[in-house]
Design a protein around this ligand. Structure first.
Ligand code: FAD
Length: 407
């Protein structure tokens, strides 16, 4: 009998965890599993802000995909997906031709949502992948060194971060730690570099209790971060940015803008291969696309709501991993001829935002955390993820906890 073909697109949080689970849950002869990813490594997207600020090491957040998958059980193809032809059950790759499938798992992650703000797509930087994160770090350091070399007359150099959500605040936390180092290195007084967080809403880290977001604001302000709430980025160009707050418009120049103001699912699939709503593909409770009962969409490309609600859960790594576990169980059922798929019912544990390497805020199972304790719990959460992927061996090689233990 022909083995069903399972094709997984993307080896981020959702795709790689689906693959690792399936290799444990299905017998050798039960299915032909293929995983496709742009790169031959997996990176922890949740730590990219450290790479972007130059405080984190690439080696710690990346791991070769072939180290966690069993290549005897899963065929890995390093290639870029160009198109999904859902009617023909075919995926077109950039270099390796096309692949057919019986079951498809789409886990191609996110891209920036720029809301049509002039110049954001062309001139602002965004933290989307390992490569874009490295570009940000290189650009910032180059600009700061050039600014120092120019004699620093006139206005201070500003790093403007658009959006004070999770990504923007975690990135600010790292910048607040790194900029003093760059100032020493290039002989600049710290006051010559401004760190400005611009947020359209009334505060930072929406979704967190106000006592925690206030803690985060004060922690960052103490380290020189300026906040502009109720303020929108109106336009970005090569030299600076135009912002508009309650006092009217203001230009900040010279400035580099890092845009973290919104994400949407990968446009390769969202709104093209499958219909999307607000940039993500609505999925049925068992994580499939309506009218395509052999296609699962998980992670940031998907919009999935709690039973009885029409508000999708926010896209997070935690959500992508939980979806992967549920998707793998549903694929096992289908491959074995079953029909009763489980409805996705995540038990969310909470969230922790880092504010640099020594500070953070979080709410875990209703318990508020701040300071060093938040960073320790965040490291435990990251280690748990590594454990699920590759057992203790991976935890010892990659996690911050093991770095702490080994000094
Ligand atoms: P990803 O993990 O982004 O994986 C997508 C994969 O698809 C990547 O490997 C990519 O290379 C690959 N890919 C993309 N396009 C193609 C293509 N055309 N062909 C082949 N491969 C392709 N969430 C949390 O829960 N907690 C946090 O603390 C947190 N912090 C964050 C900090 C930052 C700086 C950022 C940017 C995000 C953070 N998030 C956090 C959100 C979280 O990272 C995402 O929700 C999560 O990565 C989504 O997982 P995914 O599998 O959908 O996509």
């Amino acid at each position: 009998m022909r083995r069903p073909k399972i094709l997984i697109l993307g080896a981020g949080y959702g795709g790689l965890m689906t693959a690792v689970r399936l290799q444990k849950m299905l017998g050798q002869g039960e299915a032909e599993i293929t995983l496709v990813n742009k790169h031959n490594y997996h990176y922890q997207t949740t730590l990219l802000h450290e790479i972007a600020a130059g405080t984190g090491e690439e080696g710690r957040i990346c791991l070769p995909i072939k180290e966690v998958i069993d290549v005897g059980r899963i065929r890995f193809i390093k290639d870029t997906v160009l198109e999904i032809r859902a009617e023909a059950r075919q995926v077109i790759l950039c270099h390796s031709g096309s692949l057919s499938y019986d079951y498809l798992v789409v886990a191609l992650g996110f891209e920036s949502a720029t809301f049509g703000i002039p110049g954001v797509a062309e001139h602002a930087l965004s933290i989307r992948s390992l490569n874009t994160a490295k570009r940000i770090r290189n650009r910032l350091e180059k600009q700061i060194s050039a600014y120092a070399a120019s004699g620093t007359q006139g206005e201070p150099f500003a790093v403007v971060v658009g959006g004070a959500g999770f990504t923007g605040i975690e990135f600010m936390g790292e910048l607040a730690e790194q900029v003093p180092n760059w100032c020493v290195q290039y002989g600049l007084p710290r006051q010559r570099i401004r760190l400005i967080s611009v947020e359209a809403g009334p505060g930072l880290l929406p979704g967190f209790p106000s006592v925690l977001s206030e803690y985060a604001r004060k922690s960052l302000e103490r380290r020189g971060v300026e906040f502009c709430f109720h303020t929108r980025i109106r336009a970005v160009d090569a030299r600076g940015v135009l912002i508009e707050g309650q006092d009217g418009e203001k230009r900040i120049e010279p400035a580099t803008v890092v845009w973290t103001g919104g994400v949407q699912g990968n446009s390769l699939v969202c709104g093209s291969a499958f219909p999307a709503s607000r940039g993500r593909i609505p999925v049925t409770p068992d994580l499939r696309v309506a009218d395509y009962d052999n296609v699962f969409v998980i992670g940031d490309c998907s919009a999935v709501s709690a039973p009885g609600s029409d508000r999708p859960f926010p896209p997070t790594a935690q959500m992508a991993v939980l979806q992967a576990l549920s998707c793998a169980r549903n694929l096992q059922t289908l491959v074995r001829g079953g029909k009763d798929l489980e409805a996705f019912a995540p038990k969310l544990k909470g969230a922790i935002a880092s504010l640099g390497s020594h500070d953070g805020v979080g709410l875990i199972m209703g318990i508020p955390l701040r300071g060093k304790m938040a960073t320790v719990v965040k490291a435990i959460v990251d280690s748990r993820y590594l454990f699920m992927l590759g057992g203790l061996r991976l935890v010892f090689r990659k996690s911050k906890l093991s770095a702490g233990i080994s000094g």
